[in-house]
Write a protein that binds this ligand. Structure first.
Ligand code: ZN
Length: 329
């Protein structure tokens, strides 16, 4: 019997639907090498039972999971790390140097995420955030390499969506596990034209210039596949990378056009972003109703808008700092 939340991909990779928020929204990847395995991303505390079920289903002993690898410290990717580590006694947690301290002591992570979702929303979405013991954490700086039972993995620092983000290159599949760095591509939006893709400009560290640079670096590996957390593996990487670049630029342009102190700024960004995404979906040949598209996009439009506003505010602060003093001396 197969598990309905698992999909076996090529190259001994299993996509596990975490069940976070809705089906087909957030994936975790189980990479196998012989009878050993690693998890890329961890979902939230609530998702961990599914991962243990997946291990049982594929006959992988819990003591044979060598690594747990959250791509970055946003809680839909790393919230379950501590609980998963508690269940997998032999695993080491591999984390970006900027993410590791926040997984060891999640106090600030909890505070920051509660600010986005509110206290009640936080508890419902993320449950508990269990600290990871520091002695079990391996920091993976840019270029860090490890072998999962002989299967080489390489870690690439990948700022743009977040500064605490890395991507993992898997030579066996010639693919990258990209977390949020290759945007969002929901399978509901697939058409004869292929996948639909758009940027995720979540607060508070969205940085378009860094992101463009990161995409150049990832593409220099000529990857055949990108494994997205939201949601699943995509091929035809250069064409999708171009679409993602366009999406980043369009969202930046929308933010700049709405910049200023107007109390309407947020609503204006939200509306234009939604209009732009719906227009893109129509052009892409998506046959879902506008209402259904709106439902699938609602949380992303909200989070993306918050991220663009944070970016606008940061940009304004930096401009003020570098502006020369005016007036007479
Ligand atoms: Zn993220």
């Amino acid at each position: 019997m197969s598990l309905d939340f698992c999909q076996e991909l090529d190259h001994n990779i299993v996509r596990v639907d975490t069940g976070y928020d809705r089906p087909n929204l957030a994936a975790v990847y189980l990479i196998q090498a012989g009878d050993h395995a690693a998890f890329v991303d961890t979902g939230t505390y609530h998702c961990v039972p599914r991962f243990l079920q997946a291990l049982d289903h594929y006959g992988i002993a819990r003591t044979n999971v060598d690594y747990v690898i959250p791509t970055h410290a946003h809680l839909d990717h790393a919230g379950g790390a501590g609980e998963l580590m508690r269940q997998l006694s032999h695993a080491r947690l591999v984390a970006h140097p900027r993410a590791a301290p926040h997984l060891i002591d999640p106090t600030r992570l909890i505070a920051g995420t509660s600010a986005v979702y509110g206290e009640a929303g936080f508890r419902q979405r993320f449950g508990e955030v269990v600290p990871v013991p520091a002695q079990r954490v391996v920091e993976a700086a840019n270029g860090f390499k490890l072998e999962l039972n002989g299967r080489p993995l390489e870690f690439i620092d990948s700022p743009g969506h977040a500064r605490h983000h890395f991507c993992i290159y898997d030579a066996e599949s010639r693919g990258f596990f990209v977390g949020d760095t290759f945007g969002i591509s929901y399978r509901e939006f697939d058409t004869d034209n292929g996948p639909f893709i758009f940027a995720t400009t979540t607060p508070p560290q969205f940085d378009p210039d860094a992101w463009f640079h990161t995409l150049d670096r990832l593409l220099s590996y000529s990857p055949q596949r990108m494994y997205l957390t939201h949601f699943g593996g995509v091929a035809n990487v250069p064409a999708l990378a171009q679409k993602l670049r366009e999406s980043i630029q369009v969202f930046v342009d929308i933010a700049i056009a709405a910049a200023g102190d107007s109390p309407e700024r947020r609503v204006r960004i939200q509306q234009r972003m939604l209009d732009q995404l719906l227009y893109g979906l129509r052009t892409h040949g998506c046959a879902l109703t506008t209402e259904r598209c709106g439902e699938l996009l609602a949380t992303d439009v909200e989070l993306n808008t918050q991220g663009l506003e944070a970016w606008l505010d940061r940009r304004e602060r930096m401009a003020q700092q570098t502006r020369p003093e005016s007036g007479r001396s």
